[in-house]
Design a protein around this ligand. Structure first.
Ligand code: ADP
Ligand code: MG
Length: 261
């Protein structure tokens, strides 16, 4: 059975999508069969994969709508695209329509994504969900469907309140819908050790993580213009510059994730 990860942080711009995209590619490079699911209506992961989200007809939002309308799950194969060795279910604004419509579901509205993923689990080693920057129903669905969470934190703006409310949400999910959910680790992104504020953030984070028994990955992702340039060219960082420091950091991070098994 495949393991389901959600890459989550309710703040935008912390490197979630970059992490999903590069982590999936590196896992596939290591011979793992990987599916990623774009759960952000902005479709940034879908864009990274080389698509124009608004032009897509078969998206995760459409799958949600089928379930919301109490129709049987359609043939999921139509919804799975591939880029190189990585497969993915794309998203576009149809997902925000679905998000608004989830309220219509009277019973078990937290379990829609879990139902979509259920038949896919046995087909992949890893399923990685890219979360939107909220803690709303889409994220509750992602948390309910996942085995483990990875939280990217941007090193120069650790906001402890944000981290605490994420942990509160996870605790609530563990009680209500997914008792075995765990935060597998925190990944520092856009981290520059030379900056005093980055070192301060690390110290604060180490304190909180120790308190909640959450590991911080040894690999830390530095700030690099190569991340944004690779994104603009729809390339993974390894495709853009395989020997760059940031490419090696993502490799190291994936090695740690795979070693956790
Ligand atoms: N390590 C990094 N160094 C510099 N820029 C980065 C890095 N990681 C991501 N970025 C850039 O920061 C922006 C936000 O990243 P993204 O992965 O989209 O965050 P999120 O999904 O959390 O909103 C993007 O423009 C991306 O290219
Ligand atoms: Mg994103």
């Amino acid at each position: 059975m495949g393991k389901v990860y959600a890459i989550i942080n309710q703040k935008g711009g912390v490197g979630k999508t970059t992490t999903v995209f590069n982590m999936a590619a590196e896992m596939a490079e290591q011979g793992k069969k990987v599916l990623t699911i774009d759960m952000d209506p902005q479709g940034s992961l879908t864009t990274s994969m080389g698509q124009v989200p608004s032009e897509l007809e078969y998206t995760i939002g459409d799958l949600f709508m089928e379930l919301i309308d109490r129709k049987p799950l359609p043939d999921i194969k139509d919804y799975i695209l591939s880029r190189g060795k990585v497969e993915y279910i794309p998203a576009n604004l149809a997902l925000s329509v679905a998000d608004a419509s989830i309220q219509r579901v009277i019973v078990a509205r937290e379990y829609l994504l879990k139902k979509i993923i259920a038949p896919l689990r046995s087909l992949y080693d890893y399923i990685i969900i890219d979360c939107p920057p909220t803690l709303g129903s889409l994220v509750v669905n992602a948390l309910t469907a996942s085995d483990a969470l990875i939280v990217p934190i941007k090193a120069n703006d650790m906001d402890t309140k944000g981290f605490d409310s994420l942990i509160d949400t996870v605790e609530m999910i563990k009680i209500e819908t997914n008792p075995s959910l765990k935060i597998e680790g925190v990944l520092l992104t856009m981290f520059d050790e030379r900056l005093l504020e980055a070192r301060d953030v690390l110290k604060t984070l180490e304190g909180s993580c120790e308190y909640f028994s959450i590991p911080i990955y040894r690999a830390k992702i530095g700030t690099s213009t190569k991340a944004a340039r690779a994104f603009r060219q729809r390339k993974t960082i390894a495709e853009f510059d395989i020997n760059s420091k940031i490419s090696l950091s993502y490799k190291e991070f994936v090695r740690e994730v795979l070693a956790d098994e």
